[in-house]
Design a protein around this ligand. Structure first.
Ligand code: GCU
Length: 334
């Protein structure tokens, strides 16, 4: 905690963050732009960055210049956990963070980040835009931030120094996972040793043999050049974990009703356009990785699906809320 606070204070000075402000100006006062600082842990080439940028441009236009976005990519503001604390404290206003980060505030979030819970990217899109997650998203606002939407991050698979075709192939393999119990248990059940770690440390950890591999989507695999240290990407397609768009609670509730309506509408549009951009980016990411020596392997998912069932069952049945969300999600399959 102390360390993160220290980091936050350092960043305030390093980035002149005091200029960022939240909430509308009082009536009668001249309308000054509210700059919403956004932490993003991937590059400017990432589809979520492009979606955020477009969101920011529209927000500025449609609020008549009252709100604008300032996006800091490449984990400049720290990893996703640190970024969440900065949003909670109002040092910055927004961030995009993986579902496992928010799961640490409310365990019910685990149900939307379970392995093999979405049938396809279209199914996931319907879930994100249908309203079945509204109550879940609202549930964390007592922690100082609101979840206002979710971007797709495609499907994740295992990559390491050899093809992985069945759970036994991963025996004793330390595979990096995002930082939550659900993620660790998932890889343990899939046959490996789930090893929680921040994304930025993975390349070096694999290179130095601290880990045997990781699990991620093709876009991040290529973006972070993980093909250089783990050449075999085996399509376990085990996880379609949402990336959540979060905003400081006071900033969000300090908006005028009109501005908040515009904000909500634009988040929705941004989610839709990010889903569209995603598929295209997968193709180009795969091509780049292959040109650099990566091999993508199609495998049968059946044994992995079977192995993670106890995790699915325990999370789905952990409360009436998770049961209801799960039923809502499954009711949207075709
Ligand atoms: C994906 C996801 C990120 C997440 C990362 C990770 O890239 O989009 O939100 O941080 O995986 O594995 O940590």
């Amino acid at each position: 905690m102390k360390k993160i606070f220290g980091l936050g204070v350092g960043l305030i000075f390093a980035l002149g963050i005091f200029t960022g402000c939240s909430g509308d100006k009082k009536e009668g006062a001249s309308k000054k732009a509210n700059t919403l600082k956004v932490a993003f842990n991937q590059s400017e080439a990432h589809p979520q960055y492009k979606a955020l940028k477009e969101f920011g441009e529209k927000l500025e236009k449609e609020t008549g210049g009252e709100y604008k976005l300032e996006i800091s990519p490449n984990s400049l503001l720290g990893d996703q956990r640190a970024a969440t604390e900065l949003v909670q404290n109002g040092v910055i206003q927004m961030a995009v963070v993986g579902n496992p980060v928010v799961e640490n505030f409310n365990r019910d979030f685990a149900v939307i980040g379970l392995p093999y819970v979405y049938d396809s990217i279209d199914h996931q899109k319907d879930v994100f835009l249908s309203g079945v997650l509204t109550d879940l998203f609202k549930s964390v606002n007592k922690n100082g931030f609101e979840v206002v939407g979710a971007y797709t991050a495609g499907a994740r698979s295992i990559y390491t120094n050899k093809p992985i075709e069945k759970p036994e192939d991963m025996k004793g393999y330390k595979i990096r996972v995002m930082q939550s119990d659900t993620m660790k248990r998932m890889v343990d059940l899939m046959g490996g040793v789930g090893t929680p770690m921040a994304q930025g440390e993975v390349y070096t950890a694999i290179q130095q043999g601290v880990l045997e591999g990781g699990e991620n989507n093709e876009v991040t695999y290529a973006d972070l050049k993980h093909y250089e240290i783990a050449k075999y990407f085996s399509y376990t397609n085990h996880l379609m974990v949402p990336d959540l768009i979060i905003i400081n609670e006071k900033t969000y509730n300090g908006m005028s009703e009109d501005n908040r309506k515009i904000f909500d509408k634009l988040v929705k549009e941004s989610v839709e356009s990010e889903f569209e951009a995603w598929q295209e980016n997968v193709h180009s990411a795969k091509k780049i990785a292959e040109e650099n020596g990566a091999t993508f392997i199609e495998i049968s998912m059946a044994s992995f699906q079977e192995n993670v069932k106890p995790l699915q069952e325990s999370v789905i049945n952990s409360s009436d809320i998770t049961k209801k969300i799960y039923e809502g999600m499954r009711s949207l399959t075709n």
